[in-house]
Structures are given as C-alpha cells and as structure tokens.
Design a protein around this ligand. Structure first.
Ligand SMILES: Nc1ncnc2c1ncn2[C@@H]1O[C@H](COP(=O)(O)OP(=O)(O)OP(=O)(O)O)[C@@H](O)[C@H]1O
Ligand SMILES: [Mg+2]
Length: 336
C-alpha cells in the first residue's frame, strides 16, 4: 500500500502555514480520534479507538505488543490511511490536510529510516531546513547529549544514539504536536531520565505530546492521562494515578493490632473493600484515605496499629489486571 512507503525522513518537506490561533478554538481538543479502524489484510490492527487530547497535555498510549499503538499514531501522523473513523489534529484531517500538518506535527517513529551517509549535524541541519521556524539545532544536540557526535555518520551511531537523533528530528521543526513512539526504548536509565526532563521542557513550551510507551514509570512521571489499548480497542483512559486507583486492585495496609479487634469494625468502613488475616497481622485493601480511616476506627476500640506498611496500587497493577499481562519493561521499571 502506498502509505507503507512513507518514512520519517520524508516528513516535513513542505513549509506549512502557521495557523492563527483564535480564542474560540482554545477549548477544542488538539487531537480528536473517533472510532478509528485499520486492518492489514485479515489482521485488524486497530478495531475501534477513540480519544481526545487537550492542548499542552502529555497523552500516553500504553498496551501490550501488537495492541495497535503504532498503527494508531501512524494514522494520527498521516502516514497510514485509516479504513474507518475520523481523526482531527489541530482541526485538520491528517490525510486531506497532510501538507498543512507536516510543519505542525513532529513524529518520532518506532522504526524510522535515515539516509546513512549523513552526519548527525547534516541530518539535523537538513531537517531544520524543511521548517519555517526550526529549533536551535546546537541547543537540541546539547540537550540530547549528541554534541560530541555531531560529526559522526548516522550509520556509525549506537542504537541509543540513533534513538536520540530521531527524537531531535521530531523536535527540530518546533512542532505544535509531537508524536513519539517508544521515545526512550534503547536508552540507558540515565539517558531515559534526562529525556523525560527534555520532554517536560518541550511540553512547557506549549507542545502537545502523544507518547507511546512500554515503561510504566515513564507514563507515571510524564503523562497527564493515558489510554490503555488492547487488541485494537481502548480499554481504559484516565490519569496514571486514577487508573492505578480505579483498576489496580486498591491500596493495601498491613499492621499488627495492639489488641484483637472485631473484623466488622474495619469491614464496615466505606474505604475498606477486603480484610485478610496473615498470622497476627491484618491486611486491609481498599481505596481513598484508607490509613486514616482504619487508624480512627481502631482508636474507637482503644486499639493501635503497629508496624504499619502501606502499599499503593501502581499503573503496572492496573495494566496487569486489565490486560492479563505484565508490561514489557515491568522488571526494568522496578515495579511489582
Ligand atoms: N505493515 C503491517 N502489515 C501487516 N500487519 C501489520 C503491519 N503493521 C502492524 N501489523 C500488525 O498489526 C497489529 C498491530 O501492530 P502495531 O504495530 O500497531 O502494534 P503496537 O501496539 O505498536 O505493538 P508494539 O508494542 O509491539 O510496538 C499487529 O498484529 C501487527 O502484527
Ligand atoms: Mg509499536
């Protein structure tokens, strides 16, 4: 299919007119996806995906391998033609208004291809020339730790360095929307954390960001909201904390009661969903301000909670409960 031939290196050849921002448009979502559907032959990659992204948000897309994340963001970028549904990016259609959107949307693809015989600086400089208002290339290289490699051929870079170049190329045009597919995959832990700071800086300059990630810690740190996609469908959208609380199986509090207590004292609390005895310890699971509710209830029976341990539900817990699988980087994340 024709759209399969488009690579990241082809992006941005047209200088796009900068749209004038009218106050009436401010409340409108920057990105609106409704009932997106895309199949590759018999494989339904995206079945029915809908979401909106507000101005200035970092919106995460999470999900197991093959869930349809890359296909979704490729449709958003105009690199793939959807079979059904509608997409609006800055009020424009990625297919119909493809040329106008090129200067406004920066894309970092999971598997981009680059001309190998250019140096890092030549690549950045070439991409900068596609845009009317490019970012400062030297500053960007500095931020991404690529200054020492500016004279190196792209093909001689390590995987992580190539990844950084692709991030630089997504940002060099000073886009209004940046679409980043597996932004930090292949980077070492230190570089990942530095990249997060960079992305927050980009967001603070008013860029709306769509971020596909397999790292739960990355989503928790960066994303204002996340969509969890499985088998081509959105199965949950919320803030990372909201998703963890709502779908992560609740928070847990373990303690030794200073004297035996009647379970009913605690199970009657609206914050408590479950109570379990582990030897002489009590484990209550629930939501809201579990700690204070339990301590106050115990106090009415002249009982204290000793050796208290609290465990909050994480995004990884929600991911596991909703998809039935652990996230790809759960061990690297240090998550339970
Ligand atoms: N060009 C293609 N031709 C045929 N099938 C494809 C193509 N690209 C993706 N698919 C299939 O579509 C489905 C969704 O793929 P997609 O790349 O969107 O998933 P993903 O969520 O990004 O996965 P990952 O986490 O592994 O990157 C998969 O079953 C995949 O095999
Ligand atoms: Mg992908």
């Amino acid at each position: 299919m024709a759209e399969d031939k488009v690579h990241v290196s082809a992006a941005g050849h047209n200088l796009a007119p900068q749209p004038t921002e009218r106050p009436t448009e401010i409340a409108r979502p920057i990105i609106e996806v409704a009932h997106l559907h895309k199949a590759y032959g018999a494989t339904v990659a995206v079945d029915d995906v809908s979401f909106t992204v507000q101005h200035g948000e970092i919106f995460g897309i999470l999900g197991p391998n093959g869930a349809g994340k890359t296909t979704t963001v490729e449709c958003l970028s105009g690199l793939r033609v959807p079979d059904g549904g509608t997409i609006g990016v800055l009020g424009l259609d990625p297919q119909r208004d493809r040329h106008a959107l090129r200067g406004l949307v920066g894309v970092q693809l999971q598997e981009g291809s680059m001309p190998p015989k250019l140096t890092v600086w030549e690549l950045i400089d070439l991409f900068a020339s596609f845009y009317g208002n490019p970012a400062d290339a030297g500053e960007l290289l500095d931020l991404l730790g690529l200054t020492a490699k500016r004279g190196a051929y792209y093909k001689r870079l390590s995987g992580g360095q190539k990844q950084r170049v692709s991030i630089a190329l997504a940002l060099i045009g000073n886009p209004k929307v940046a679409i980043l597919d597996e932004l930090t995959t292949g980077l070492d832990p230190q570089a990942r954390r530095e990249t997060w700071g960079l992305i927050e800086g980009v967001r603070d300059r008013g860029v709306t960001i769509v971020l596909v990630t397999h790292f739960m810690d990355e989503a928790e740190r960066l994303c204002d909201r996340v969509a969890l996609i499985d088998s081509g469908r959105v199965i949950a959208i919320d803030t990372p904390v909201g998703l963890a609380e709502r779908e992560g199986g609740g928070n847990h509090m373990r303690f030794h009661p200073s004297r035996p207590v009647d379970d009913a004292l605690l199970t009657a609390l609206p914050q408590v969903d479950q109570l379990e005895h582990q030897g002489d310890r009590i484990v209550v699971s629930g939501s809201g301000d579990l700690l204070n509710a339990v301590i106050s209830a115990l106090a009415t029976a002249d009982t204290e909670a000793k050796d208290v341990q609290l465990q909050s539900a994480t995004l990884e817990d929600a991911f596991v409960r909703l998809t039935g699988r652990r996230s790809e980087n759960s061990e690297q994340d240090g998550q339970r």
